[in-house]
Write a protein of this length. Structure first.
Length: 160
């Protein structure tokens, strides 16, 4: 039942214990105890709303940064990943296979804010050998939630 509960919570963290109990054919008290245990074990790491920031006038800019890193002896990529993850501008850090080592998702108010952050903070870390910045133009789906409602692409038409 642990997996089923986690699947339901990942789909909608706002389900009440009563709703979860009905869906999983158990009691509210059992659900509350299971959730507390999952939080204590570190399997449930947080609860977060998925916000369509593009609908706000003060929308934020996001970028995906590719970092190439020289791993430290006995620490691998952990030290650099932890340092990068500590910045408030960083939303996510992933160790990757393939053409680069760390994938870093960064947010900022403007393109310039993100660019300055990459140049002044990420690129200056001793172990970082190169960066490549990709700005997010539009989000269509995030954390299994669709963020579009067939609005036209507002970047304009390319005319030949």
């Amino acid at each position: 039942m642990k997996k089923e509960l986690l699947k339901l919570l990942s789909r909608n963290a706002r389900y009440t214990n009563e709703e979860l109990a009905v869906m999983l054919n158990t009691t509210e008290a059992d659900i509350a105890a299971q959730i507390a245990a999952l939080e204590k074990e570190g399997l449930l790491c947080g609860y977060k709303a998925v916000v369509d920031w593009e609908q706000l006038d003060d929308a934020r800019v996001s970028a995906i940064i590719e970092l190439n890193v020289v791993p430290k002896a006995d620490l691998g990529f952990e030290e650099v990943a932890e340092r990068v993850a500590a910045y408030p501008e960083v939303e996510a850090v992933y160790l990757m296979s393939g053409g680069y080592d760390l994938n870093v998702v960064v947010k900022g108010k403007t393109l310039q804010d993100v660019s300055r952050f990459v140049a002044r903070e990420l690129a200056t870390i001793d172990s970082v050998t190169s960066t490549a910045t990709h700005f997010v133009m539009r989000r269509y789906k995030e954390m299994d939630v669709k963020l579009f409602d067939n609005k036209p692409d507002d970047r304009g038409q390319f005319l030949l």
